[in-house]
Design a protein around this ligand. Structure first.
Ligand code: IMP
Ligand code: MG
Length: 196
């Protein structure tokens, strides 16, 4: 065993053939190796390049999870593009009891632009729907969606995932931007939780 965060030992990686990683109290095993992730990213980029040849795209990447996906995707994009990074922030309305989520960090004018939303993973679709509906009010020319990972059994919304990389079952995964309690985003492979 190799301990990365020496002081807390919160992050351990075994050196055995079956690569596992321990993050706090949970152990994960390799599920999607780096080469398959990068092939899926390249495949999404190829489709976008074909669909938008000669046009311009505004990518809107949803932080935190999508930072590695967005970086690797853009390295493979050949059409004119700009990118902005957003987050969904909760705030309590003064007249409602429930909390509302609002896009923060959008620094460009969306009006009349082709927008492609970049999500690391679409699970229930609540996040994507929320962002989609807020962007739609800003009068873009069109909004498309791209997700590296998609959990179809969990998805409960009607917005199309126009560019979907890899469909996965309803398991909890970490790595390549995805976290468990903030940890594991740096992992090159994607890992699945052991012993459900
Ligand atoms: P949704 O709103 O249910 O579609 O979930 C979207 C967000 O939940 C993603 O952007 C991730 O941040 C997080 N998420 C969903 N599934 C996983 C997972 O398996 N591992 C880590 N984060 C996840
Ligand atoms: Mg995300």
């Amino acid at each position: 065993m190799q301990c990365f965060y020496v002081n807390s030992c919160a992050f351990m990686m075994s050196t055995s053939a079956q690569k596992t990683v321990t993050l706090q109290d949970k152990t994960f095993s390799v599920f999607i190796p780096e080469n398959e992730i990068l092939a899926a990213v390249k495949s999404i980029a190829d489709k976008i390049n074909a669909d938008y040849s000669g046009k311009e795209i505004l990518f809107v990447a949803v932080l935190n999870g999508s930072f590695l996906f967005a970086a690797d995707l853009l390295k493979n994009i050949l059409v004119a593009n700009t990118i902005d990074f957003v987050k969904l922030a909760s705030y309590s309305g003064t007249t409602t009891t429930g909390s509302v989520k609002q896009i923060i960090g959008l620094n460009v004018d969306v009006k009349n632009k082709t927008v492609i939303v970049l999500e690391d993973i679409v699970d229930t679709g609540i996040t994507l729907e929320n962002i989609y509906n807020q962007l739609a009010k800003m009068e873009p020319k069109e909004i498309k969606t791209a997700a590296l990972l998609f959990k179809p059994q969990s998805y409960s919304k009607s917005i199309a995932i126009d560019y979907s990389g890899i469909e996965i079952p309803n398991d909890f995964i970490v790595g390549y931007g995805l976290d468990y309690d903030g940890l594991g985003r740096n992992l090159r492979d994607i890992y699945v939780l052991n012993n459900k």
